[in-house]
Design a protein around this ligand. Structure first.
Ligand code: SF4
Length: 445
């Protein structure tokens, strides 16, 4: 989501006369897009920002993302981040359209007259209307909703991003259509709860998310090959979505469905509003409808009060579910969340770390076996990066439709191409392979 937000911020800046630089010295303006999902992420961001200002004392530092509550600068905002004297401007991401106006008093030699009001006032609608500056035209991200109404007890997002707001289907479709016209092969639809999408919030009908998938799938005729979405919530993962995925030409045999824990008592404490039985039922239906579909998830270990027994239930659950990957976090308390107040039940760091390693080993065991099973098979890889290698060859990395990372070599750069690769080796999470005829010659595409 932050990556996608940054593309919109970049576009506004570019249109206002700024130029992107890869250099972190002699920079006029830094924009730091922050994440506040963990306290550690916030601390890290503050450390980096401080260093940018130290290395570039004359630069203007603007901060956006989940850490911001009130847009403005010292003259107009009381946001707590402005207590740091190395931060000059803060803006909520939905206020991105206001950026030229806010920057004006910090760049008095820069002419903002054409841009001051060009992008409208800060609102989520204006934000959605900004055409992003896309770095990789082949793989693009499209936000379809913002915010969250779920209030998991460990999470700050509902307080930072606000309530759920969806974009109208037509608007999302037009953006996707344009991106496919420009060469997009893979689109990832984004939202904090992507499948609780409600078509602009105006529709009382059900099945809005599957209707959106169905509509964007029609772009297959124009060249769209893969449609993904992140992240769905188990509570809203309805059967019609699975039925639609089966019919679509652009769906991929990979679903990321965060579960967070394998013990119902923990899910209740996390305020996740579903049971492991419900989660298992969804996965069973997905695997039946889409054979060989790989499932990845998010897990928190060491949540307050997690007992040895509950942790064991989580481990047994992972053995049963056979995830092909899990983003596993060690619980760390997040200020201003209900879980922060469960201090009496906090788990010792050393225990949390130990549980993390035990759990990670279980996930790896199944994930590596799954990858071994692909050796000798052919996977379609969308190349994300091609770099010169030895003997005049190029080394490529990309992802298969199953979202598996694949490495191979051939005689010319292939970024953005979908190439069949015969898998010859699985090493940990990465697969390597060769062109299907076993050579490294240039494939004719
Ligand atoms: Fe946070 Fe829960 Fe909403 Fe996800 S569903 S953004 S974890 S509150």
């Amino acid at each position: 989501m932050n990556y996608s937000d940054s593309e919109r911020v970049a576009k506004i800046l570019e249109q206002s006369g700024f130029t992107k630089t890869e250099n972190s010295k002699n920079v006029d303006l830094f924009i730091i897009n922050t994440c506040s999902v963990k306290q550690k992420a916030e601390n890290k961001a503050i450390g980096k920002i401080k260093k940018y200002k130290k290395d570039n004392p004359n630069s203007v530092i603007a901060v956006t993302g989940c850490m911001i509550r009130q847009t403005g600068d010292r003259a107009t905002s009381k946001d707590q981040l402005l207590k740091h004297d190395f931060i000059d401007i803060v803006f909520r991401i939905e206020d991105t359209a206001k950026l030229p106006k806010i920057l004006e008093s910090h760049f008095i030699d820069h002419d903002f007259s054409d841009f001051r009001n060009k992008f409208g006032n800060g609102s989520i609608e204006n934000y959605f209307h900004i055409v992003p500056k896309v770095d990789n035209i082949f793989q693009v991200f499209v936000p379809i909703m913002q915010g969250c109404d779920k209030f998991c007890s460990y999470c700050i997002v509902p307080f930072t991003r606000g309530r759920e707001i969806s974009r109208p289907i037509e608007e999302v479709f037009v953006e996707c259509d344009q991106l496919v016209e420009n060469g997009a092969k893979e689109i990832t639809l984004l939202g904090q709860n992507v499948n609780s999408y409600t078509d602009g919030g105006t529709s009382s009908e059900e099945k809005c998310f599957s209707k959106l998938l169905e509509k964007i799938d029609t772009l297959h005729e124009k060249g769209l090959s893969r449609l993904r979405f992140s992240s769905p919530h188990p509570q809203d993962f309805t059967d019609d979505v699975i039925e639609t995925l089966v019919k679509m030409k652009t769906s991929c045999p990979h679903i990321h469905l965060p579960v967070q824990h394998g013990a119902d008592s923990m899910l209740k404490k996390m305020n996740r509003n579903y049971t492991t039985e419900k989660y298992e039922g969804i996965i069973r239906k997905i695997r039946k409808a889409i054979p060989n579909c790989l499932i990845t998830t998010d897990i928190i270990v060491g949540f307050p009060s997690e007992s040895e027994e509950e942790f064991q239930v989580l481990c047994d659950f992972a053995e049963k579910m056979k995830f092909s990957f899990a983003f596993t976090s060690i619980y760390s308390h997040r200020k201003n969340t209900p879980a922060e107040k469960m201090t009496d039940e906090f788990i010792e760091d050393v225990v949390k770390k130990e549980r993390f390693h035990i759990f990670d080993d279980i996930v790896k065991k199944h994930a590596f076996v799954q990858r071994e099973e692909f050796v000798g098979k052919k996977l379609e890889v969308l190349v994300e990066k091609s770099s010169p290698s030895k003997d005049g060859l190029f080394a490529h990395t990309g992802r298969s439709r199953e979202a598996l990372e694949v490495w191979f070599e051939s005689g010319r750069p292939l970024k953005g191409k979908e190439i069949d690769v015969k898998i010859t080796k699985a090493q940990n999470y990465v697969l390597s392979g060769v062109l299907p005829d076993g050579t490294k010659k240039i494939p004719i595409i």
